[in-house]
Write a protein that binds this ligand. Sequence first.
Ligand SMILES: [Zn+2]
Length: 188
Amino acid sequence: MVIKKTSKNTIRPSTHEKILEVRAYLLMGYCSSIITLHTGFSQKRVRSIRELLKKDPELKEFLMDAIAIRTSTSKTIISSPVRQLHASFLLSFYMVINKDYSERVDLFKLARAYGYYISYFYMDSQNTDIEPITINEAWALANELRSREAFMLLCKACETLYFEAVHQKSYREDRPCPWCCVRQKESP
Ligand SMILES: [Zn+2]
């Protein structure tokens, strides 16, 4: 049997699959630095795939504005009890979907959890003056959970899980649990 030598320009299936994976991550709203970490593609390569997607009239509307997306940490994300409550809500979904959350961040599963969170966020009319957590912030929080820089703790008072990061800003009031904290504020 003669095996044809593949030309230099032939894209191996694995590379092609990886490009499709990068496209999917871009359409989910992840920024290039996160995609680089998860795929091994350079930021330049991710940006060039992004440029190609921008030319697709049917897909470009799903791309996030490149300027609006950046990575951050719980230090800036968790700025109030309400923001911590949002993080707790989102990461609770994520923990259910990704049983291996303490081993690795799964971008597809995180996007699914984020989808649940954001649909609840927009269903709640009380959220008009609160900015939702972005998918890139969700990644930062999920990554802190993985690296044990953050934990889901069980509140002894309300028996609900809440997200707490080692480096989160210390706005601390008398209650560590955001659910109890927000409830206390609503019913003084
Ligand atoms: Zn509580």
